[in-house]
Design a protein around this ligand. Structure first.
Ligand SMILES: C[C@](O)(CO)[C@H](O)COP(=O)(O)OP(=O)(O)OC[C@H]1O[C@@H](n2ccc(N)nc2=O)[C@H](O)[C@@H]1O
Ligand SMILES: Nc1ncnc2c1ncn2[C@@H]1O[C@H](COP(=O)(O)OP(=O)(O)OP(=O)(O)O)[C@@H](O)[C@H]1O
Length: 289
C-alpha cells in the first residue's frame, strides 16, 4: 500500500484540570492533570526521500524551520535510529499556537509516530514517548494517544476513558508563553495531590487560570462570557478556554455567537486519538497483505 502521502492527524488536547503540586530542583513543575484527546487538529503528510535532508515544505511564519518541533522531532528520530533516509513534510495548521491545546507538541508526536512507521525504525510506543519527552512535557501523551491522567511533569500517564462530550474551544487571539507562566512568582505550586478516582470536574481547577486572568484581561473577559452558558475553564497555561456542552448543537450555537476577536472550534472528546486510530488501521491493513 502507498502510505507515504497519507494524512497523519495531529490532534489537540485539553487539560480538563491542571493542579500544580510542586516544583523540581531543575525548575520543572510537578503536576496532576486530565488530558482529554480531541477529534480535531492539524494534519501532516510525509514523503520519504533517499537522502538524509529533512525538509519542511510549509514553514510556520515566525518559527525558523530548525526550531520547528516537527523538524526537531524528525531529526531526533533520524539520529536516534541511525536512519540514512530523509523526508519532505507538509503541515496543514489549524490549531492556534501558544494556545494551551498542545499544537506544537502534537505535531512533534505525529512526526515521531509517522516516521517510526515510514522509516521502519521499529521503536515501541514507550521508546517513542521517552524520546519525545526531550522535546516537551506534552509530547508523550500525544505519542500514546489516550485520554489519560498525568502526573510527574506530565509524562506519567494512566489511561482514563471519559464520556465523549462536545467541547467549544475558544482562543481570545493571544499567545501565552508556557515558560512565562511557569516562571511567574505568583503561580500557586502547592495544591495537595489527589486520588484520580475522586475526579469530578467540579472538584478540580486549573492552577494557572487565576494568574493568566489577572495578567490577560482578554482571557478573563472570555471566561466570564462562557461561564454564562456552560461549565468552562482554561486549558494548560492558556490562552484557550473550553466550555463543556450538552451536545453538538449547543456547542455550534455558542460558536456562532462568540465575542469579536475570538476564534473557536467545536470538537468531540475521544478516548483514543485520531493518530493512534490511523496507526492501528495501517497496521491492520499491513497484516492482511
Ligand atoms: C502546561 C502543559 O501544557 C499541561 O499540559 C504542559 O505541562 C506544558 O508542556 P509543554 O508545552 O510541552 O512544555 P515544555 O515545552 O516542556 O516546557 C516549556 C516550559 O514550561 C515550563 N514547564 C513545563 C512543564 C512542566 N511540567 N513544568 C514546567 O515548569 C518549563 O519552564 C519549560 O521550559
Ligand atoms: N510545529 C509547531 N507548531 C506550533 N508551534 C511550534 C511548532 N514548532 C515550534 N513551535 C513553537 O512552540 C510555541 C508553542 O506552541 P504550541 O502550539 O505548542 O503551544 P501550546 O498550545 O501552548 O502548547 P502546550 O499546551 O503544550 O503548552 C509556538 O509559539 C512556537 O514558537
Amino acid at each position: 500500500m502507498a502510505t507515504e502521502l497519507i494524512n497523519w492527524p495531529s490532534p489537540a488536547k485539553l487539560n480538563l484540570f491542571l493542579h500544580i503540586t510542586g516544583r523540581r530542583p531543575d525548575g520543572y513543575h510537578q503536576l496532576q492533570s486530565l488530558f482529554q484527546m480531541l477529534d480535531y487538529g492539524d494534519s501532516l503528510r510525509f514523503e520519504i526521500t533517499g537522502h538524509p535532508d529533512i525538509e519542511l515544505m510549509t514553514p510556520i511564519p515566525g518559527v525558523a524551520n530548525q526550531d520547528n518541533l516537527i523538524v526537531r522531532a524528525a531529526t531526533l528520530l533520524q539520529r536516534h535510529s541511525d536512519i540514512s533516509k530523509g523526508c519532505r513534510i507538509w503541515l496543514d495548521k489549524r490549531l492556534p499556537m501558544g494556545g494551551g491545546i498542545g499544537g506544537g507538541s502534537s505535531n512533534a508526536a505525529t512526526t515521531l509516530v509517522a516516521l517510526n512507521y515510514l522509516w521502519q525504525c521499529h521503536l515501541s510506543t514507550q521508546q517513542l514517548a521517552q524520546l519525545g519527552l526531550q522535546l516537551g512535557a506534552d509530547v508523550p501523551v500525544f505519542v500514546h494517544g489516550n485520554t489519560a491522567f498525568a502526573s510527574g511533569v506530565g509524562e506519567t500517564l494512566t489511561p482514563a476513558p471519559q464520556p465523549q462530550k462536545f467541547f467549544l474551544v475558544v482562543n481570545p487571539g493571544i499567545e501565552i508563553s508556557t515558560a512565562g507562566i511557569f516562571g511567574h512568582p505568583d503561580l500557586p505550586r502547592d495544591t495537595a495531590p489527589m486520588d484520580w478516582r475522586d475526579y469530578q470536574f467540579e472538584n478540580t481547577h486549573n492552577d494557572c487560570q487565576k494568574l493568566v486572568c489577572a495578567t490577560h484581561p482578554q482571557v478573563a473577559n472570555l471566561l466570564h462570557w462562557l461561564l454564562e452558558y456552560a461549565p468552562s475553564r482554561m486549558t494548560g497555561t492558556g490562552s484557550s478556554l473550553f466550555a463543556i456542552c450538552d451536545n453538538q448543537n449547543q456547542a455550534e450555537n455558542l460558536l456562532s455567537q462568540l465575542p469579536e476577536g475570538c476564534h473557536g472550534f467545536v470538537a468531540q472528546g475521544v478516548n483514543q486519538s485520531p493518530l493512534q486510530q490511523k496507526l492501528d488501521r495501517l497496521r491492520n491493513a499491513d497484516q492482511t497483505i
